[in-house]
Design a protein around this ligand. Structure first.
Ligand code: PLP
Length: 403
């Protein structure tokens, strides 16, 4: 890939990388990416099987370990994130669990942002605690809190930035610096931005993880995940876990995700255009408790940080209504946006985090994560911005029973 692109004399842009990396054509000369729907591979002799198993000869063995269609997706996402290597997983949670279980042992310590996806918090609170891995939870944007949480056993800092659903951020470069000074790995969940809007590895993070289920597919079709980082770390620590524990991505899903990546850059521009238009137009609507939460609004408390580390501001915005009944009423009044726990789809989606994605957290964890009962998350889709806005405005109109 690198050689093919050398004529450009510069690093190819994300649209070119997504289209031209990770394609290994077969002798059949197919144009689009081939789908290798096979669970195993044949050997020409017992001796060849022995040699491939013994790592004396390169080659595919079994699709839990490697599969050409999965490899193509891995090469595309690694190229986009600017990482040496990617390992694909069955879902975003499989990626996160794989990172934790491959890199942490009993007695180690993880520092986790308070503002992460509900299942990530649940995983840390239940499985990691049961395995004797210490977990401290800190305020995402407070660098002093990260510093204070460090122990000699601390192995990983884990963040989502912007966080789901609060859109709070951390200065990745500063946190990576702190992590490096203490020999800690910084892992960034880059779901909300995708590599088109933010490249954590270029800012000093060691690993990025993805729920490919979201924008990378972008069309709400399949589950998938990815871990991107240094070749040696991934091959020495993460690949053996994948091979033995099996949280591997299906080749069919890898094919769908690779086709999704081909249009990622185009879709992200439109998601950002639409979200910016909706956020600006809604501003401080009288029915909202506070101004729309969107990192692209100049009065967002971390707007300067967003401008520093993100290329654009993403497709997610949050509205804050006065109470759970008001939030539910607003959600039920939407006509275009659909109610679902997913995000990053072509269509506009709406979620009430306190009772769905973050519903299994303790009330205290929810409050600490900034998830109020009135908070509504909107994943702005690719429809016409005016239509999305009209839908939101009609759903914000007061109804009889509110008066
Ligand atoms: C930020 C973030 N990380 C990880 C995940 C988990 O991904 P998956 O549902 O693909 O397991 C999600 C799911 O919503 C998410 O929003």
């Amino acid at each position: 890939m690198k050689k093919k692109m050398d004529f450009l004399g510069r690093k190819p842009g994300p649209a070119t990388l997504a289209l031209h990396s990770g394609i290994q054509r077969t002798e059949l000369r197919e144009n689009s990416l081939a789908l290798f729907l096979t669970s195993s591979y044949i050997f020409t002799s017992a001796e060849q099987a022995r040699a491939v198993f013994a790592d004396e000869e390169a080659g595919n063995i079994y699709s839990r370990f490697t599969n050409p269609t999965v490899t193509a997706f891995e090469e595309k996402i690694a190229a986009l994130e600017g990482g040496e290597k990617a390992i694909a997983t069955a879902s975003g949670m499989a990626a996160i669990a794989t990172v934790f279980l491959s890199l942490l042992s009993s007695g180690d310590h993880l520092v986790l942002s308070r503002s992460v996806f509900g299942s990530t918090t649940n995983l840390a609170n239940t499985l990691l605690s049961r395995l004797g891995i210490g977990v401290s939870r800190v305020e995402l944007s407070d660098l002093n809190a990260w510093k204070d949480a460090i122990r000699k056993e601390t192995k990983i800092f884990f963040v989502e930035t912007p966080a789901n659903p609060t859109l709070e951020m951390v200065d990745i470069e500063a946190l990576a610096q702190l992590a490096k000074e203490h020999g800690i790995l910084l892992v960034v969940d880059n779901v909300f931005c995708t590599p088109c809007l933010q490249q954590p590895l270029a800012l000093g993070a060691h690993i990025t993880v993805h729920s490919a289920t979201k924008y990378l597919d972008g069309q709400g079709r399949v589950l998938g995940g990815a871990i991107v980082g240094p070749q040696q770390l991934l091959m020495d620590k993460i690949f053996p876990f994948l091979r033995n524990a099996g949280p591997s991505l299906s080749p069919f899903n890898a094919w769908v995700l690779s086709k999704g990546l081909e249009t990622l850059s185009l879709r992200m521009e439109r998601h950002c255009d639409n979200a910016e238009k909706v956020a600006q137009a809604l501003g401080h609507h009288p029915r909202l408790e506070r101004k729309v939460r969107y990192p692209g609004l100049p009065d967002h408390p971390q707007h300067h940080l967003a401008k520093k580390q993100m290329r654009r501001f993403g497709g997610i915005l949050c509205l804050e209504l006065a109470s759970r009944p008001q939030a539910h009423r607003f959600i039920d009044s939407l006509k275009l946006a659909t109610i679902t726990a997913n995000l990053g789809d072509t269509r506009t989606l709406v979620t009430h985090p306190a009772t769905t994605t973050h519903g299994k957290l303790t009330p205290q964890d929810r409050i600490q994560a900034g998830i109020t009962e009135g908070l509504v998350r909107l994943s702005i889709g690719l429809e016409d911005a005016e239509d999305i806005l009209t839908d939101i405005l009609q759903a914000l109109e007061p109804t009889q029973d509110m008066n």
